[in-house]
Ligand binder design. Sequence first.
Ligand SMILES: [Zn+2]
Ligand SMILES: [Zn+2]
Length: 251
Amino acid sequence: MNSAQKIKKFIIDTIFPVSCIGCGSDDTWLCHQCFGGIAINKEMSCPECRLASSTTTCNPCKATIKIDGLIISTKYEDKLVQNLIKSFKYNFIPELARPLSKIMIKRLYDFDNNSHFPILYNRSGSIIIPVPLHKKRLLARGFNQSALIAEMLANQTGLEYQPDIITRIRFTQTQTNLSRDERIQNLKDAFVADQSFNWSGKNAILVDDVATTLSTLNECAGVLKKAGCKEVWAMVIARGSQDDLNDITLK
Ligand SMILES: [Zn+2]
Ligand SMILES: [Zn+2]
């Protein structure tokens, strides 16, 4: 850090002091103790019908959705998790990508021993892709929240990170007040995959911050599969209901 950057950091830290989102303790966005208190999700279920005996999308649901499985890292009902995600996205604190990606890493390695995630074994064939933002929204927020956590996840797992091989070409209105059918319609042809990328033999892990109806993840998965991707899994911090999402965007 040069002296100008040091001064800038000092001013920012004075106006917006860093403190734990959980307990308010100084100099960290999430202290060790609060991080340790976040319950990591241990269950797997079908992302569509939520059948608990299935660790992937169950056979009947494969007819309706394109995602092969969904890895949910923690519970959306946890108020601290909600506050972290809200602060990350709507109070524009990109530094929260680190603790949020740590929650995902904990989900992958501490509670599963990889047994449910064969996609992680095929290291040369698995790629991590963040759900893309339209460039208009990217300009407004300044960062793609999914890309920040996806990149950290890729660094930690050693899997290939590819943020630019799927693009959002259509600007869509915010999804939070739409029904599931309206969401599907709203997202039609919103994404395009890079045809020059060698998709053969690739499996993708699509990363997003929060999942609700799965319409965005599903639309992306369809585009990736059409491009030639084999399996497409999705990984999120938490899964909320539509009402939860209306709630956090209004605040
Ligand atoms: Zn704390
Ligand atoms: Zn199912």
